[in-house]
Unconditional design. Structure first.
Length: 499
């Protein structure tokens, strides 16, 4: 799919006709591909400027942007800086606070102070401050999957998919109806098969006819087109909601072809509730990986695709998660019936309290989580913790009763990663050669050295530098173990004092 703002359609005669690329556009497609290839190793701003020049010369700037949007999926951009930008900004702002920047000379002094702390020169600090801005990211690699001709085909397919995003009903006749129905089921769409004079027609009904439109449904219509277009002979007719006006879109096998590679599909969400939950869950440091729209689950004669799955990182264990919200009561009843038929899987279900079905779902054989407005991440984490108790016990059983790491200092996180277990699994393990200092294992001899080297009056930056020599990054825990503390002096840094 393309972004909606890149959609090119004609509404002549009351219809809805995508403006596909023509053979004459092949040189333009080749120039876009070449522009990306020529800018490998250069900032995104240079690439954008070159593409803007192509737009100025083209008959339709949206065509150039459409080609570029597809090419960008095969481009890798990187932030290149001597110092990680976030760290450079933090240290520079702390230095600026200490200096009191009101002039260019003060700025240079602050950058110089930050450079001393970071171990680089002032110019490197200045260059690193905003190196993660999109315009300054570098095109590190471009490995296009399409030739110019294939790019034209992919553009036409993507343009048609975008046009279908606002469909409320799709009717398809295909030379391979079984494959079509299979694709419809896989996408979780509602359908029926009708007899017509020309044979059988698969009718896929959009959400506007039943309840509210969702992004997932629009995206599913777009994905369905790809399956349809793989067959040899087909005709698709769609009713499009064009800003409140219904228009008819007709596509055939002469309009759209499928290149021999799969396009990159961006994750989409059918509600703000799901998007909000995914964003907040991703910000947690848990032992679970969130998977968007996992594999389909058999539900009797139908198929359902849960919203999410949680994969435990240290074993082959998956928990599915379905968020039921903003639907009509009839749809919820149907969804509950589907969930009741799912067997041999672990599943969590979040239900909007306003639907008035919380008691019913709690009576079923699924872990139920009620929510109002947004799904509380804590409730989901608490539910996952119930699984973790057994999972941690299983992984703990694979470990010996004691471990003797070779390093003088090693974090529990790194040790757990090396062993392929969670940090919690290490809680019952003994470490005869090391002491636990916070979440770090440190040999007693190292602590003795640090007692000699860390003294009151030193700056926190100096202490951190010393700890770096031993591979220790938890300054707070080490200082506490040695009877020391940090006395903060505004935003300019800290000084070590006795407790």
């Amino acid at each position: 799919m393309l972004r909606k703002d890149l959609l090119r359609v004609s509404r002549a005669g009351g219809g809805y006709h995508p403006q596909f690329a023509e053979r004459a556009d092949r040189p333009l497609a080749a120039r876009v591909l070449g522009t990306f290839a020529e800018h490998v190793g250069r900032p995104r701003a240079d690439l954008d400027a070159a593409l803007a020049d192509l737009e100025a010369d083209a008959d339709d700037f949206k065509l150039v942007r459409g080609f570029a949007s597809l090419c960008e999926r095969d481009a890798t951009f990187e932030t290149r800086a001597a110092v990680p930008p976030e760290r450079a900004r933090r240290v520079a702002f702390e230095a600026a606070e200490a200096v009191g920047v009101v002039s260019e000379a003060d700025r240079e002094r602050a950058l110089s102070r930050a450079a001393d702390r970071l171990g680089v020169d002032a110019d490197a600090v200045a260059d690193s401050l905003h190196a993660d801005r999109e315009s300054r990211q570098v095109l590190a690699d471009f490995d296009p999957r399409w030739s110019p001709d294939e790019l034209l085909d992919q553009y036409d397919l993507s343009l048609a998919q975008t046009a279908l995003f606002d469909a409320v009903e799709v009717r398809v006749r295909s030379s391979d109806p079984r494959a079509l129905v299979s694709a419809v089921k896989r996408l979780g769409l509602m359908y029926e098969v009708r007899r017509t004079d020309g044979g059988r027609e698969v009718v896929v009904t959009g959400p506007d006819h039943l309840f509210r439109r969702t992004r997932r449904y629009g995206t599913a219509f777009a994905r369905l087109l790809r399956s349809v277009a793989k067959t040899g002979d087909w005709r698709l007719t769609a009713t499009i909601d064009d800003r409140g006006t219904e228009r008819e879109l007709v596509l055939t096998d002469e309009d759209v072809a499928v290149p021999g590679v799969d396009p990159v599909a961006d994750p989409t969400y059918d509600s703000g509730v799901e998007a909000d939950f995914a964003a907040r869950f991703a910000g947690l440091d848990l032992d679970w990986d969130l998977v968007r729209e996992p594999e389909p689950l058999a539900v009797g004669a139908r198929v359902m695709i849960p919203d999410f799955a949680f994969d435990y990182r240290f074993s082959d264990f998956r928990v599915f998660f379905e968020i039921v919200g903003f639907w009509t009561p009839e749809y919820v009843e149907k969804k509950l019936g589907q969930l009741a038929d799912v067997e041999d899987v672990e599943m969590l279900v979040a239900v909007d309290e306003s639907l008035g079905v919380s008691e019913e779902i709690e009576a079923r054989d699924h872990r139920a989580i009620t929510y109002s407005g947004s799904v509380r991440v804590k409730d989901v984490v608490d539910a996952l913790r119930r699984y973790e108790a057994d999972l941690v016990a299983e992984t703990r059983a694979t470990l010996p009763d004691e471990l003797r790491p070779e390093a003088d200092a090693v974090s529990l996180a790194d040790l757990a990663t090396d062993r392929g277990v969670s940090e919690d699994a290490l809680d019952g393990v003994a470490f005869p050669d090391h002491e636990r200092v916070g979440r770090t294992l440190v040999r007693p001899g190292v602590l003795d050295d640090l007692r000699e080297r860390l003294t009151p009056g030193q700056s926190l930056a100096e202490v951190e530098s010393i700890l770096d020599e031993y591979g220790i990054d938890d300054a707070s825990a080490v200082l506490s173990a040695l009877g020391l503390r940090v006395e903060w002096e505004g935003l300019g840094g800290g000084t070590i004092r006795r407790r």
